[in-house]
Design a protein around this ligand. Structure first.
Ligand code: SF4
Length: 280
């Protein structure tokens, strides 16, 4: 069996940076505790490693002790989290990806200038919730072509559009075309991250050359799910989190296996799976 690993599989620049910053802080420790506001990344196994070394994950800033250290993950957070952190005298370790921070700045500046904000993305994704928090949670969030078709623009208003960094490029393009016809004054910022695009394109290219694809990543990782969706349209695809999710009998039917992984999948998990499949 031949195993081919896709280019750009696994940690992207932003996650690599965030994990390094977070790991350094966890190792340094803090007498009042080191907290992560929300799971650091969408990868259960990686989070377990951090928590074994003292990181405490909480969902709400209110659950963080005053004067403690708080890590903001790469997805970024709303503006009010920074305000609350100041009130609680927290030491903030901000690992927000610079590409996400750029979206916060665009949204905050344009909202302050009086623009209506549109975010193309998933309203339930923490990155989008964070972005929305930079315009007083007033953004219109559009995820599908159907939602774009239903959208009604306010007359005489200026709009500023941004996208969730992991948005599917094709759906983004379709939504933008619809909105351009509905809104006279719209400033479009394609904020889809190039890491995502490169990973998606490399996975699609590889899927054409292999008999099946294995997509490795957390079950709750949006970019992993999107990768799996792209590959599924081309060849039989299996989304797995760890070696234990692999159905070896099924995989054995294939001669060439392609492997890709979401942005939050550590190298050690990819290597474990590659070695396992090579051994089949
Ligand atoms: S996918 Fe892009 S935007 Fe998201 S963390 Fe990685 S580098 Fe940053």
């Amino acid at each position: 069996m031949e195993v081919i690993i896709s280019e750009n599989a696994g940690f992207c620049f932003g996650v690599k940076r965030a994990m390094k910053l977070a790991w350094d802080e966890v190792c340094k420790g803090d007498e009042n505790g080191v907290y992560a506001l929300g799971p650091l990344i969408h990868n259960k196994q990686a989070i377990e490693k951090f928590e074994e070394n003292g990181l405490i994950t909480v969902d709400n800033i209110e659950n963080i002790k005053d004067d403690a250290k708080m890590i903001i993950r790469s997805h970024g957070v709303c503006k009010n989290v920074y305000d609350l952190a100041e009130e609680k005298k927290l030491t903030v370790v901000d690992t927000t990806c610079p590409f996400v921070k750029k979206i916060h700045n665009i949204v905050h500046d344009k909202f302050t200038e009086g623009y209506e904000i549109i975010v193309i993305g998933d309203s339930k994704h923490p990155e989008v919730m964070g972005i929305n928090g930079w315009c007083d949670n007033s953004a219109t969030i559009i995820k599908t072509v159907e939602e774009a078709e239903k959208f009604k623009a306010l007359s005489g208003r200026k709009y500023c559009l941004v996208a969730q960094t992991t948005m599917n490029l094709k759906i983004y393009g379709e939504i933008v075309e619809i909105l351009k016809n509905k809104i006279e004054d719209i400033e479009i910022n394609n904020t889809i991250c190039s890491a995502t695009k490169a990973r998606q394109e490399a996975a699609a290219k590889l899927a054409k050359d292999v008999d099946c694809m294995i997509v490795i990543g957390g079950k709750h990782s949006s970019n992993t799910q999107k990768l799996a969706g792209i590959c599924e349209n081309i060849c039989p695809t299996f989304a797995v989190e760890t070696v234990s999710d692999i159905n070896s009998e099924e995989i054995k039917q294939y001669k060439t296996v392609g492997i890709t992984a979401g942005a939050s999948t550590p190298d050690w998990i990819i290597n474990e799976i590659v070695n396992y499949i090579k051994g089949l």
